[in-house]
Design a protein around this ligand. Structure first.
Ligand SMILES: C[S@@+](CC[C@H](N)C(=O)[O-])C[C@H]1O[C@@H](n2cnc3c(N)ncnc32)[C@H](O)[C@@H]1O
Length: 225
């Protein structure tokens, strides 16, 4: 199989092109910009002032950019984060080593290496308030006893992986959220929003990152709301 290829996006940050799925891991308009907008601003930030403990499920871990930005965004906050990241097809070490995120984000290289080199299935503390577990697993097979406050749903596009945007996947994500839990995704396709609604989510379309008119935020409301 071809090697994962690194390309520069419009904000200067890298993304990776998956040889397996023929898809980019991030928006060509800016990887860091998209990640901050979709996952941090629309997902994490509204929870920061409401909760002292936040459990996050990321689907999928990929380059680790969302995890890194989340760690940076909670470093100085009075909050404890538990972050479970799922990934079935880890990117090769040589690719990780050539990504420019630590430089652009001014992150010490040992943190970046730590994020990528610790073993699958075990937990590390990236900081006293940030516990990370990477799970090498197919999304469809992941089972957790934990309920989450926030899901970063960052699968490849529905055209590349339709089974991950279908009702069974939406139902399992709904089931692993607390009430008031939130799912954010860059995708704003009509049938994806309908699938989310059909399993019980309250769905909103909100402005997307540059290059994308809308993104989706879905909330698991209490039954009587
Ligand atoms: C859009 S990329 C994620 C980008 C990532 N969040 C980041 O910050 O770099 C989608 C990821 O899902 C992974 N993936 C695709 N299908 C999967 C599956 N069925 N189970 C687990 N991981 C999968 C891919 O290998 C890829 O890393």
């Amino acid at each position: 199989m071809d090697r994962a290829r690194i390309v520069e996006t419009e904000d200067g940050s890298h993304t990776v092109i998956s040889p397996q799925f023929g898809e980019a891991y991030h928006s060509k308009y800016g990887a860091i910009q998209e990640s901050r907008h979709v996952f941090l601003q629309a997902g994490l930030h509204p929870l920061l002032h409401k909760k002292e403990e936040i459990a996050i499920l990321e689907i999928g871990f990929g380059t680790g950019l969302n995890a890194l930005l989340t760690w940076l965004g909670t470093k100085e906050q009075p909050v404890n984060v538990h972050y479970d990241a799922l990934e079935a097809y880890p990117i090769p070490k040589e690719t990780v080593e050539n990504l420019n995120y630590p430089d652009i984000l001014d992150v010490e290289i040992n943190i970046w290496n730590k994020l990528h080199s610790f073993s699958w299935g075990s937990a590390i503390l990236l900081a006293d308030n940030f516990r990370l577990v990477k799970h090498r697993v197919l999304f469809q097979k992941f089972r957790s006893a934990r309920l989450y406050d926030l899901i970063y749903f960052d699968a490849f596009a529905p055209e590349a992986q339709p089974e991950l945007w279908d009702i069974p996947m939406m139902r399992s994500m709904y089931n692993c959220l607390h009430f008031d839990g939130v799912l954010v995704t860059y995708c704003a396709k009509g049938y994806v929003k309908r699938n989310l609604k059909s399993v019980g989510f309250t769905v909103e379309s909100i402005p997307g990152p540059p290059g994308k008119r809308e993104m989706t935020r879905a909330i698991k409301m209490k039954m009587n709301e």
